[in-house]
Design a protein around this ligand. Structure first.
Ligand SMILES: Nc1ncnc2c1ncn2[C@@H]1O[C@H](COP(=O)(O)OP(=O)(O)OP(=O)(O)O)[C@@H](O)[C@H]1O
Length: 338
């Protein structure tokens, strides 16, 4: 057979490395819910709750005790049937295909669900088999998870000898064995010692850094601020605000409050303080105290102290910068720990 004449071989352009066509569809949210509602008799535990957790995002539900966080989570993980609304996990409808949807979730409830007579490692093995993980894969995965939750050193002690925090950490471990896409933690640091609290928060941040999606509920504002990219504030069963920390704080305004205690002629001091650049409002809150709303907060203190020089002396100062706690107070009229 003779080689084809190169001049007569029809020219076929090389195939493009990425075939032209529509751009790939964006991944669905890791967790999505709309219109979730649940009533217990006359109590509207959850009303019209809806949000999305993007793949790799850490999303916080922040609210006081009784706000509806656990009820919401119970519906998201398929433990409680909602009166209304629906849930999707990685695009899979929870009601239509509960097995597939639940397989993508790792859920850590508030109550510790472990066998106290078994060791930490044995508990992990038990739950791993329950999830149907193959024996060979499970052995390696248990070691990874023990390392992740920082319990390698106590893996062979019985769980009944663990502190509350260690039990919580092994509980988190059981939820990670099957490599879920979404980890759901319900108040994971309640009742745990500071060392375990730190281990839990560090571990959670590590997982999110590796790309896991997270739904984190807490009534501890500082934890949610640290761990979560976006936060929903939930109160009386409803989401009343949602956004990044910065967006939520902006709802209240960005001004700082400065409280001054003074000795001397406080009324004259008030007039002088009102004239300082950066002071938005100033008012007496007692015979010897003035509250100011300022742009600049603590940076303005030297100017404020100088301004009253000659008529009063500043004996104490307090600067309150806006944070999620202040936002919560502004939106709900109560503090998170009320
Ligand atoms: N099984 C139930 N029967 C009756 N009322 C319930 C039930 N479960 C929850 N509630 C009520 O629903 C509301 C929301 O409770 P939920 O446990 O979801 O709140 P939470 O924000 O998780 O608080 P906590 O952190 O204290 O668990 C509360 O008023 C609670 O008393």
């Amino acid at each position: 057979m003779t080689a084809p004449d190169p001049m007569t071989v029809p020219f076929t352009p090389p195939a493009p490395s990425t075939p032209p066509g529509p751009a790939p569809a964006p991944s669905p949210p890791a967790l999505s819910c709309r219109g979730l509602g649940k009533r217990y008799g006359d109590v509207h535990a959850v009303q019209d709750v809806g949000f999305d957790v993007a793949p790799g995002e850490a999303y916080g539900l922040l609210g006081p005790n009784g706000a509806g966080k656990t009820t919401t989570i119970s519906m998201l993980v398929g433990l409680l049937r909602p009166d209304s609304g629906h849930v999707r996990v990685c695009g899979v409808d929870l009601a239509a295909d509960p097995m597939r949807a639940k397989a993508r979730i790792g859920y850590v409830p508030q109550e510790i669900a472990l066998y106290p007579e078994l060791t930490g490692r044995e508990n992990l093995r038990f739950f791993g088999r329950l999830f149907g993980l193959p024996r060979r894969e499970l052995a390696g995965r248990i070691e990874e998870v023990l390392d992740l939750v920082g319990l390698m050193g106590r893996a062979d002690s019985r769980v009944k000898t663990y502190s509350g925090g260690m039990k919580r950490r092994i509980n988190i471990g059981t939820a990670l064995l099957h490599r879920p896409d979404v980890l759901i933690l319900d108040e994971p640091t309640v009742g745990v010692d500071p060392q375990s609290r730190k281990a839990i928060l560090d571990g959670v941040e590590h997982l999110v850094g590796e790309g896991m999606s997270l739904l984190y509920t807490s009534h501890y504002m500082e934890e949610v601020e640290r761990v979560c990219d976006r936060v929903a504030i939930i109160d009386h069963g409803r989401i009343i605000a949602e956004g990044t920390r910065r967006e939520l704080i902006a709802l209240v305004g960005s001004a700082d409050k400065v409280e001054l205690s003074l000795d001397g002629d406080v009324e004259t001091a008030l007039a002088k303080l009102r004239a300082v650049e950066g002071v938005i409002e100033a008012a007496m809150t007692g015979a010897t105290s003035i509250r100011l709303l300022t742009e600049g907060g603590r940076h303005l203190l030297p100017a404020l102290i100088t301004a009253v020089d000659g008529c009063a002396t500043v004996t104490a100062t307090q600067v309150i910068e806006p944070d999620l706690e202040a936002t919560f107070l502004h939106l709900t009229g109560s503090t998170l720990r009320d």
